[in-house]
Design a protein around this ligand. Structure first.
Ligand code: FES
Ligand code: FES
Length: 162
């Protein structure tokens, strides 16, 4: 057993867990946050993405014990109170949601790519950066459009173009 403590969406969560416990299972089972999904057994789909110390990680691919002491942000922690994150709002406005199963991971991936690459994203970069996310509804077009819209919004391009 390992004693694990991490901050999840600003709240401290502690538990004694089996050493083999995955971060995604800690988030869903111990923190009670079920927006982080498991969509594969092969570390390919990205449905389980969370931000750990500001960087996107596949939470099915690491142990909870490896996140001991970390700051984790899940899809439930992306909005500011009632105010959707610009990426969340853009998914809604651009029909980037279909069944929604991949959406938490897509949104975390988008937040991470905008943080790393800056808001001036072109479509080719967005498609390349989404390489680790699978949408089984295969609706990538509107997802890419939503991320581009969010990036433009965050860079001020959208406002400047109006
Ligand atoms: S559940 Fe983690 S990559 Fe698919
Ligand atoms: S919206 Fe259904 S898996 Fe992507």
């Amino acid at each position: 057993m390992s004693s694990v403590t991490m901050t999840v969406n600003g709240k401290s969560v502690s538990a004694d867990v089996e050493d083999r416990t995955l971060l995604v299972d800690f988030i869903r089972g111990n923190a009670g946050l079920t927006g982080t999904h498991v969509g594969c057994d092969t570390s390919q789909c990205g449905a389980c993405l969370v931000l750990m110390d500001g960087r996107a990680v596949k939470s099915c691919t690491m142990l909870a014990a490896q996140a001991d002491g970390a700051e984790v942000v899940t899809i439930e922690g992306v909005a500011s109170g009632d105010q959707l994150h610009p990426v969340q709002a853009a998914f809604k406005d651009n029909h980037g949601l279909q069944c929604g199963f991949c959406t938490p991971g897509m949104i975390i991936s988008a937040v991470d790519m905008i943080n790393r690459c800056g808001p001036n994203l072109d479509e080719a970069t967005i498609r390349h950066e989404l390489d680790g996310n699978i949408c089984r509804c295969t609706g990538y077009h509107n997802i890419v459009k939503a991320i581009k819209a969010a990036a433009d919004e965050m860079s001020g391009t959208a406002a400047a173009a109006e």
